[in-house]
Ligand binder design. Sequence first.
Ligand code: IPE
Ligand code: IPE
Ligand code: MG
Length: 261
Amino acid sequence: MEFDSEKLRAYYADAPEDITLEDIDLERRPKHVSIIMDGNGRWAQARGMDRTKGHAAGVDSLRETVTTCVRMGIDVLSVYAFSTENWKRPQREVDMLMHLFATTLMKELPLFHQENVQLRFFGDLTALPKKTYDVFMEGLEETKGNTGMIFALAVNYGSRAEITRAAQMLAQDVLEGSLKVEEISQAALESYLYTAGLPDPDLLIRSSGELRLSNYLLWQLAYTEFYVTDTYWPDFDRWEFLRAIRAYQSRDRRFGGVKTK
Ligand code: IPE
Ligand code: IPE
Ligand code: MG
């Protein structure tokens, strides 16, 4: 994706001590960055606030991260916002999150337009409350003509559910005769995933220190570099993002081959 280096430099002025924009090689920036936005609840609890306040604060981090990725010319930003397992949370928290998704998306549509961002979703949206579902559909419709960064929001997403769904659709196509068993290749299977047509993530960031995938993109992360920061999601900012890119660039991605440098 194209980017304006003047604008990026201005955006990354006032650097903290440990990192500046010069520490990364913009030519080698990842194409697809994916983030498990975790730690909202703990962030709020550490401040004596209700967990839901953490989710509201997390929206600001997400807005900044979308802007950061656009400025940097990242092709795809995907974020895990609600898992198939998150329905287990107290009803009040689930309701608040669903409401927050709807209101935030509606509010941020002008930003997506301004930044030419195309929206996409990973997950089974049919299980969402009608209001949230309707706003998501409106967001898809409104941004479908945008040609800049793809921003994918994973909501009611679980990787095992995604792969199971792919298996069902694939079996249906075989039954109907539009696909032969011999034609089931890795590429064919991928075309049934929510991520169809997107490159696999180059970099996965998880905030708040947990060292697990929590049922996120199990297929797509096969060769992704992981970066885990202890920072809670509401404190994640453009500098944390830069630290993640720096770590990513220090890795030798071998893809099963031999050392490249
Ligand atoms: C991530 O923050 C947001 C969602 C899963 C919706 P958490 O709510 O998981 O925050 P912690 O992990 O409990 O601190
Ligand atoms: C993963 O976070 C899901 C999202 C960030 C949306 P969780 O907080 O649900 O994961 P666990 O329960 O710690 O594994
Ligand atoms: Mg969590």
